[in-house]
Design a protein around this ligand. Structure first.
Ligand SMILES: NC(=O)c1ccc[n+]([C@@H]2O[C@H](COP(=O)([O-])OP(=O)(O)OC[C@H]3O[C@@H](n4cnc5c(N)ncnc54)[C@H](O)[C@@H]3O)[C@@H](O)[C@H]2O)c1
Ligand SMILES: [Zn+2]
Ligand SMILES: [Zn+2]
Length: 428
């Protein structure tokens, strides 16, 4: 049964909020979603996504239905929309940097209940009993806690479907089309259904319109520095690409006590905030007629202790590795490159002690570590406000793609109930 109150609405896109319409647990919910029916190479032409009414099915066993309150646009959403993401399935509901409130839970769910505030986590984390009973292919036995890349539901989140029945929980009202899930989250819908393993419960006094950034961008950069590289006080760091992920690397490197932090970006608009977060030098590769790695090696008298690649460009990944110091320099790949792309360097770079690593979700164990990150934010350990350059209503979501493409925004927070306060809404 569909929430009958919705039927009274003549023009769905004008109403302030579907999401405020209550539905009994275990009933389908009709709500508004921004849908990617097909890949779009040129996603910045103000028609990136299509606003549609969708029916969100009730949560099945082991699933949680969440009312999404806020979602920020991450570069990875844009990347998947281009069709270059090997795991991008269409039609789908994108969106993964989100926060919300549990609406109902399926059978057997014990870690959250209706009313809990949560951050969806695209990198899921299985439960102690899964590890004890050998139920997770990556977290069992001696492998436990070796990686945050839990494998329990990965095949399903990667395939855009749910484990209980290998189906999806989204259907279009207009033509009955089924929409794939995205990264196990699909947060560009007012309601969504997640596996319990993907839901991090957080404290209720944390502002959902800010801490949603801990669901991807900020956690990724902080974790790359703290967990993956383990930057020490006094070290030298270069960050390639100073969007939200790169800035959060700079931010964390400064807090880790790095002495020299070099921001590298083609867009000089990124340098003011880079300095604010702790960059000591800002370098634009387009101003040099030699490879940027040579510039950086000269600038630092031998190379960096740590470099972080935050662009997704495989040539930049090479530069970041080769900018490292011989003998010990470590380069961390964070950017997501297109399907089929490969990285290259001379093996001698590695033979002589440089280390090439990668990180997903900053190495954090999501359900355990995200609530702790929220606590750190609430304690004032780091700031989120500077990353939020724009706030928009769901109905204006396509503007956020334009802003990110033009380099005008870091994070645009989408208010999923169309309740963005006028004082924050910066529509052009
Ligand atoms: N590994 C993970 O877990 C993870 C998580 C989130 C995002 N990502 C990826 O991280 C990357 C950054 O995401 P974001 O949201 O910060 O993106 P963004 O678009 O906000 O920032 C990218 C920055 O890179 C700069 N840039 C582009 N090409 C460059 C070049 N050749 N040299 C120097 N700078 C260049 C841009 O000017 C921009 O400032 C993306 O590839 C995204 O898909 C990875
Ligand atoms: Zn992301
Ligand atoms: Zn696991």
């Amino acid at each position: 049964m569909i929430c009958s109150a919705v039927k009274r609405v003549a023009c769905p896109l004008r109403i302030r909020s579907f999401a405020s319409i209550a539905s009994k647990p275990s009933e389908p919910i009709k709500c508004l979603a921004a849908v990617a029916r097909v890949p779009k190479k040129e996603y910045w032409h103000r028609d990136a996504l299509q606003l549609e009414e969708v029916i969100v099915a009730p949560p099945q066993a082991g699933e949680v239905r969440i009312k999404i309150t806020h979602t920020a646009l991450c570069h990875t959403d844009c990347f998947t929309l281009t069709g270059d993401d090997a795991e991008g399935k269409f039609p789908c509901v994108l969106g993964h940097e989100a926060a919300g409130i549990v609406e109902s839970v399926g059978e057997g769910v014990t870690s959250v209940q209706a009313g809990d505030h949560v951050i969806p986590c695209y990198q899921a984390e299985c439960f102690p009993e899964d590890r004890a009973n050998n139920l997770c292919i990556r977290c069992r036995g001696y492998c436990e806690r070796k990686t945050n890349l839990c494998g329990k539901i990965r095949a399903f989140t990667g395939g855009g479907i749910m484990r209980a029945d290998s189906g999806t929980r989204f259907k279009a009202v207009s033509d009955g089309a089924e929409f794939f899930h995205y990264m196990g989250i699909s947060a560009f819908s007012q309601y969504t259904v997640l596996h319990e393993e993907s839901v991090a419960k957080i404290r209720k006094d944390a502002p959902l319109e800010k801490v949603n950034l801990l669901g991807c961008g900020l956690a990724t950069g902080y974790g790359a520095v703290e967990n993956t590289a383990k930057v020490e006080p006094g070290s030298s760091v270069a960050v390639f690409g100073c969007g939200t992920v790169g800035l959060s690397c700079i931010d964390a490197a400064k807090r880790a006590g790095a002495k020299r932090i070099i921001a590298v970006d083609l867009d000089e608009k990124k340098f003011a905030l880079s300095r604010l977060f702790g960059a000591t030098d800002c370098v634009n590769p387009s101003e040099y007629n030699k490879p940027i790695q040579e510039v950086l090696v000269e600038l630092t008298g031998g190379g960096l202790d740590y470099t972080f690649e935050c662009t997704g460009n495989v040539n930049v990944m090479r530069s970041a590795l080769e900018a490292c110091h011989i003998g010990w320099g470590q380069s961390v790949v964070i950017g997501v490159a297109g399907a089929g792309q490969e990285i290259a360097t001379r093996p001698f770079q590695l033979v002589t002690g440089r280390v090439w690593k990668g990180t997903a979700f900053g190495g954090y164990q999501s359900r355990t570590d995200v609530p702790a990150l929220v606590d750190q934010y609430m304690n004032g350990d780091f700031q989120i406000d500077p990353y939020i350059t724009h706030n928009l209503n769901l109905t204006d979501i396509n503007e956020s793609f334009v802003f990110l493409h033009e380099g005008k925004s870091l994070r645009t927070v989408i208010w999923m109930d169309n309740d963005c306060p006028a004082s924050l809404n910066k529509m052009p």
